[in-house]
Design a protein around this ligand. Structure first.
Ligand code: CUA
Length: 363
């Protein structure tokens, strides 16, 4: 009697297999279609982004059917072999495994995994090996909680520091990434490339920007209280514009006598044009992300409200607060959240302009 039932059940199970496979195929096709339709990533702005996005699509096309097949089998089994009333005390039929099935379901995933890993590895090494000569050298320094970018000075001499990242379109950029303190992670999502910034170690990254625009630079490693605020902007500009921006940085660093004149032609780019316009510096640096300042229309609350904290303070105090934020910490706020890099990363005329502006609007 029991044996008869088992045989009958097996036959019924096999009868379900074609239907289950059909459901799986339809669901997998729908899932792949949906997966390819969804815009998973921000706008792609580099050559590397293309092969990374293709890699993603391939991974998606292979993973969705696996997910669907496993889910279908689990849901079907849970429904088909559920316990019915009166079966509480019964055991299922004894099984001794199915060697052929087990070999198949071990071998196929192993082959799929090795193939996908090899493909992903090939994409990554392709990107890393594509060293162009000459690439633009940019040194990226992460610290709690900001990024500073250093460029070779076209006039020779000291590297030029910039709080914002400027790169020319169509030229490979070779980033050397460093950290002054804990581990950070330099990431421009639009470029699809990221790498850890580790103190005492130089890591590197190659990117060829392809699309003009402004893209966020973020930190992708939890590095402390200000981690979420560790953001900057990457500007991809035409090569000519990049050259004049770099020239302008060199002039600003040299003392800024001609800074205003050089900046006049490029008013759009706040960071570059800010020879002495303190409000432009405030906006370009994203100070308002952390600070409230009525004149600039910002309402950040991570740092002190500048309308209150700077009211009646002189320029010397304001300058010290920017260059050495630990010197005097506003009550109720924690030391170490505001980066200590602005004395280096802002050119002297930018710093002067910012101090004057803040003194003026918080009188
Ligand atoms: Cu730096 Cu998170």
């Amino acid at each position: 009697m029991a044996e008869q039932t088992t045989v009958r059940n097996e036959r019924r199970e096999q009868g379900h297999v074609p239907a289950l496979l059909a459901i799986s195929v339809v669901a997998a096709l729908l899932g792949i279609g949906l997966g390819l339709l969804i815009d998973w990533f921000p706008t792609a702005a580099s050559e590397e982004a293309e092969s990374i996005d293709t890699l993603w699509d391939v991974l998606l096309i292979v993973s969705v059917p696996v997910f669907v097949l496993v889910t279908t089998a689990v849901l079907y089994s849970a429904w088909r072999f559920r316990m019915r009333p009166g079966e509480e005390e019964l055991d299922g039929p004894p099984t001794h495994g199915n060697t052929r099935l087990e070999v198949i379901w071990t071998a196929i995933p192993a082959i799929v995994l090795v193939a996908l890993c090899s493909y992903a590895y090939a994409v990554l090494t392709d990107i890393e090996d594509a060293a162009a000569d000459p690439a633009l050298e940019v040194r990226v320094v992460g610290e709690q909680f900001t990024w500073t970018f250093f460029y070779k000075n076209p006039d020779g001499g000291q590297e030029l520091a910039s709080p914002q990242l400027y790169v020319p379109r169509g030229q490979q950029v070779h980033f050397t990434v460093q950290s002054k303190d804990v581990i950070h992670d330099f990431w421009v999502p639009a470029f699809r490339m990221k790498i850890d910034a580790v103190r005492g170690v130089d890591t590197e990254l190659r990117v060829t920007p392809t699309r003009i625009g402004e893209y966020p630079v973020v930190c992708a490693e939890l590095c402390g209280l200000g981690h979420a605020a560790m953001r900057q902007t990457a500007h991809v500009v035409e090569p000519g514009e990049f050259d004049s921006w770099l020239r302008e940085r060199a002039e600003l660093a040299a003392g800024g006598d001609q800074g205003g004149a050089a900046g006049a032609g490029e008013e759009e780019d706040g960071g570059a044009a800010a020879g002495s316009d303190g409000k432009a510096v405030f906006e370009a640096q994203g100070c308002g992300g952390c600070h409230t300042l009525a004149d600039a229309g910002t309402s950040g609350t991570t740092g002190p409200d500048l309308d209150d904290a700077l009211a009646g303070k002189d320029e010397a105090f304001i300058r010290e607060s920017i260059v050495d934020p630990s010197a005097e910490v506003e009550e109720g706020f924690q030391d170490g959240i505001m980066p200590k890099s602005y004395g280096t990363s802002l050119a002297p005329p930018e710093l002067d302009g910012l101090v004057q502006y803040l003194a003026e609007v918080t009188k």
